[in-house]
Design a protein around this ligand. Structure first.
Ligand code: NAD
Length: 291
């Protein structure tokens, strides 16, 4: 039985770790807030009291942490994965972080005799709970093949998109498209309501035409009912748009609409909506229109 040390048991990591248990893996979980290991333990996994304890006997180390500094912090230093993992262990970073830092971390892992894949996911909390995530994987083909059973336990669309960091680059593009689509949906809703149109009927017909999208399907109820429990927090999407803009600058490409949407996401956060679902971008659009 393969042992997986799973670090970061939040909105996404908790259901993903439970799917790994159900798929037959021995999962040892660690989370900074210890209470969050409870669901994993109830499902048949084990809880560790430190990163070192979680990874000491693991062939695979999975990470699902909020941001780049969190991943760097958990991997590096005397308490970190690089110091405590077994020789040859495969690190799979499911978090969404910077592609450039990811490429550096993969190099650091190799220096420690470890292997590394970036494997950010899309599909949200619903996809994590259902085990139907899309996983965009960067790294060596042999490692991707070895990790296939792990990916199959948490997702249904698994694509190896290129070398170390490429998974994170693809995820950045995903976040650009999702944020832009949410913003346009919010504008459409405020526009439709201002004209007194039945928005439920309007979204039915829009959803069946070219304007339809997975974002529209998954976020329409949140937006129509103004129910913004996360889900994917505005704070995290703000982080991701920063990643996109930095990576675009590095590549010397111009992404003007992304820059605008990033400002609107920052405005949502500044207005106190950071802990709401990203569909709450609607509230920023409403404020701009004085509604
Ligand atoms: P979350 O904040 O719910 O979970 C992160 C967990 O990591 C928390 O439980 C936190 O306590 C823990 N943590 C933070 N620092 C730690 C440390 N040093 N040691 C141990 N545990 C630590 O976030 P989430 O929504 O699960 O997102 C995780 C990652 O997945 C992010 O990069 C996010 O962008 C990405 N993501 C999220 C979604 C979504 O819908 N929520 C979808 C796709 C991708």
């Amino acid at each position: 039985m393969t042992t997986v040390g799973f670090i970061g048991l939040g909105v996404m990591g908790s259901p993903m770790s439970i799917h790994l248990v159900r798929a037959g893996f021995d999962v040892v979980g660690f989370n900074r807030t210890a209470a969050k290991t409870a669901a994993l333990v109830e499902a048949g996994g084990r809880a560790a009291a430190s990163v070192g304890e979680a990874v000491a006997s693991a062939e695979v180390v999975a990470l699902m942490l909020p941001d780049t500094p969190d991943v760097v912090g958990v991997l590096s230093g005397p308490q970190g994965v690089f110091t405590h993992a077994r020789a040859g262990a495969l690190i799979i970073d499911f978090s969404t972080i910077r592609p450039d830092v990811t490429a550096e971390l993969a190099g650091n892992a190799a220096d420690h005799g470890l292997r590394y894949l970036d494997a950010p996911v899309s599909g949200g909390e619903a996809g994590a709970k259902a085990g139907t995530l899309s996983v965009m994987v960067g790294g060596d083909a042999a490692d991707v093949a070895e990790a296939q059973a792990i990916f199959d336990a948490v997702g249904t669309t698994i694509v190896h998109v290129g070398p170390h960091g490429a998974g994170q680059t693809v995820k950045a593009a995903n976040q650009l498209i999702v944020a832009g689509t949410i913003e346009l949906m919010a504008e459409a809703l405020v526009f439709l309501e201002a004209h007194g149109v039945d928005t439920d009927a309007a979204l039915d017909v829009l959803g069946g035409g070219l304007a339809g999208s997975r974002v529209l399907e998954q976020k329409r109820t949140n937006m129509l009912t103004r129910t913004f429990d996360p889900g994917f927090r505005i704070d995290l999407h703000h982080k991701d748009l920063g990643i996109v803009l930095d990576a675009a600058r590095q590549a010397e490409v111009v992404t003007p609409v992304t820059a605008l949407v990033a400002q609107l996401m920052a405005a949502a956060r500044a207005a106190g909506d950071g802990s709401l679902d990203h569909s709450a971008l609607l509230r920023t659009v409403e404020r701009l229109s004085g509604r």
